[in-house]
Write a protein that binds this ligand. Structure first.
Ligand code: PFF
Length: 462
């Protein structure tokens, strides 16, 4: 019954260098989740205390789960659905792969809308339009709720993603990540330096470094866990797809540790950009919610640098460019997961596979865009429109459930020898036996229980 055919393109490509692997995979992880969502979550959940819980989550869950995803992809060198099918033939595990592909498709459709906003803000900053806006809240509301402009920006974003994907793994994803990620890190460095010289820097840094443990509640812990999952692109097949292009000598555990470290560093650095800026203007609160980046910050860029508008111009342009690059490396990875499935399974060219995924994403993205604008009263999904519903369904349901299945699959279903072979690269890496045992124990007993607890609590059943 579950005997689905899988096939493999012989020439599906691979990443050429280890640096390329780390930068491309970190590119998937580093995105709007770090620079937009992380500061919002930190601001809404009390600052430093949230960051400590977040760090615990990425270290405890992030590294082992990312390694587990890598094992599935690198072992099979195929797309996520076929990978499960190959590792557990005739069993329904492959449905986890399909759930992952559905999840990235839905995430991509609303993510590309926000990515489109970042592009619009980068363009407006470049054209100096941003610096003349006096009411940034009205500016954002007018733009996001209009019909054509946000729609065009998100479509442009998806078309750029398509162009990079079409070029293949080595010449598209890897080459672009090798340029985009260092540029991104450089821009971050400049912005952190700039933010730390703002008048509110001291208060902002204290906010990030001095935890108030009375702020830690069950809700804060759950938000931190949810944020860790989203930020690391965990559990929905994206990382397995990238790992299917890894060569056999790549150290999976070490790669996971490097990617998790880079992703976490970028999240924390964005805190060091945003909060010093936020505290530089009297009366602005750090818990401004999702509007922090699109309403509060432009306001700050215009005010703090009032005396020296050129600095405001540079800061604003660099900041939104940073968001565009971060979002782009993430949309590429989401797009690739489904593109890989289409070309592996249907043996079509990469170009054709990519265009099918692009067309589907554009259609869904248009629905998400319109649900914030002209269709905002159309709320058929439990009172939610497309944008909110896709966000809710993916973050609260599909991601945690897929995460549990991922752990159970690698912990219980895969043979211990296979898992050990992948972690140690067939015995060529000096990974001690107790590390392998701990890893498997963790995936069997600890991670699924933690995720199940989040899941139940987030649904309000806890
Ligand atoms: N990790 C990305 C971010 O932080 O923006 C978002 C993401 C990418 C989520 C890829 C899921 C995914 F499969």
């Amino acid at each position: 019954m579950f005997n689905v055919q899988y096939s493999m393109n012989l020439d599906r490509g691979s990443f050429a260098s280890k640096v390329g692997i780390i930068l491309a995979t970190a590119g998937s992880a580093v995105g709007l989740g770090n620079i937009w969502r992380f500061p919002v979550e930190t601001g809404s959940n009390g600052g430093a205390a949230f960051i400590i819980i977040y760090l615990a989550c990425v270290l405890i869950l992030g590294i082992p789960m990312m390694t587990a995803e890598f094992i599935i992809g690198r072992r099979t060198h195929t797309n996520i659905a076929s990978a499960y099918q190959q590792l557990a033939p005739g069993e329904p595990w492959f449905l986890t792969g399909y759930a992952g592909m559905l999840c990235v498709t839905l995430i991509l459709s609303y993510y590309s809308v926000v990515a489109g906003w970042t592009l619009k803000y980068a363009v407006s900053s470049a054209l100096t339009e941003m610096s003349t806006v006096s009411d940034t809240a009205a500016y954002f509301a007018d733009f996001a709720s209009s019909t054509w402009s946000p729609l065009c920006y998100s479509i442009i974003f998806l078309l750029i993603t398509n162009l990079i994907i079409e070029r293949g793994v080595e010449h598209g994803i890897e080459s672009f990540s090798k340029v985009l990620m260092p540029v991104l890190l450089l821009i971050m460095g400049v912005l952190v330096f700039g933010a730390l010289s703002m008048p509110g820097a001291k208060t902002g840094v204290e906010y990030l470094l001095k935890p108030d443990f009375s702020k830690i509640t069950a809700d804060v812990v759950l938000s931190a866990l949810g944020q860790a999952f989203f930020s690391l692109s965990l559990a929905i097949g994206c990382l397995s797809t990238y790992a299917s292009y890894f060569k056999d000598d790549v150290n999976l555990g070490q790669t996971a540790a490097s990617v998790v470290s880079l992703d976490t560093a970028v999240a924390i650095l964005s805190g060091f950009i945003i909060f010093p800026a936020v505290f530089s203007v009297a009366g602005v609160q750090p818990d401004a919610g999702p509007g922090l980046v699109f309403i509060t910050l432009p306001n700050i860029f215009n005010h703090v640098f009032g005396g020296l508008p050129v600095l405001g111009y540079i800061f604003s342009l660099l900041f939104y460019l940073l968001l565009v690059l971060a979002a782009l490396t993430s949309t590429i990875s989401m797009h690739e997961e489904v593109t890989a499935f289409i070309y592996d399974r249907y043996q079509v060219s990469r170009k054709r596979a990519a265009s099918v995924m692009t067309i589907v994403s554009i259609i869904l993205s248009v629905l998400c865009c319109l649900s914030i604008g002209p269709l905002k009263d159309f709320t058929p999904f439990f009172g939610m429109g497309f944008f909110d519903f896709f966000n809710y369904l993916t973050a609260k349901f599909i991601m945690p459930i897929s995460g549990i299945f991922l752990c159970l699959f690698v912990g219980w279903r895969l043979k211990r020898e296979l898992v050990v072979e992948e972690i140690t690269n067939k015995g060529t890496l000096p990974v001690p036996a107790w590390v392998c045992s701990l890893f498997i124990f963790f995936l069997r007993w600890i991670a699924p229980v933690i995720i199940a607890l989040i899941f139940v609590n987030e649904l309000g059943w806890g």
